[in-house]
Design a protein around this ligand. Structure first.
Ligand code: RB5
Length: 151
């Protein structure tokens, strides 16, 4: 898959750790985030904008966004049509974000989980599939809401 990734200043170290892990896989990674050696404080919506735009437009299959908690990135990313972003804090939410919500963007908090946990969650999120059936129908209802609000 083609995966866009970005982080703000709070998430830049975890981002490089996740990129190192993705380098061991067959996925193609596009890094749109803050350089690891930068000491500049930046605004997370600017980075959510870039990654969510890539996913929303279909230029990337998935997105990974990292900030202090994952929350701000998630709020911003979910403004984009066809983006289903989820903050993931444990194995269960990592799996459910795919199984029930078909989440195409994962949001991680560098201040809430350690590096190894983050990798574990990314692995689960990359390999788990949406369970289809009633779960697909519910995801489609989200798309219908988007179309109604932003025709
Ligand atoms: C930056 O201090 C912090 O607010 C940001 O990384 C993120 O946690 C926002 O949701």
């Amino acid at each position: 898959m083609k995966i866009a990734i970005a982080a703000d200043h709070a998430g830049k170290e975890l981002k490089s750790y996740v990129i190192d892990f993705l380098g061991l896989t067959n996925h193609q990674v596009l890094d749109y985030g803050v350089a690891t050696d930068s000491s500049v404080s930046v605004d997370y919506p600017d980075y959510a904008d870039i990654v969510a735009s890539e996913v929303s437009a279909g230029r990337c299959d998935r997105g990974i966004l990292i900030c202090g908690t994952g929350i701000g990135m998630c709020i911003a990313a979910n403004k984009f049509p066809d983006v289903r972003a989820a903050v993931v804090n444990d194995e269960f939410t990592a799996r459910m974000s795919r199984a029930h919500n078909d989440a195409n963007v994962i949001c991680l908090g560098s201040r809430t989980i350690n590096h190894q946990r983050a990798i574990d969650f990314v692995k689960i999120w990359l390999s788990a599939e949406c369970e289809e059936g009633r779960h697909r129908a519910r995801v489609q209802k989200i798309s219908s809401i988007e179309k109604r609000l932003m025709p």
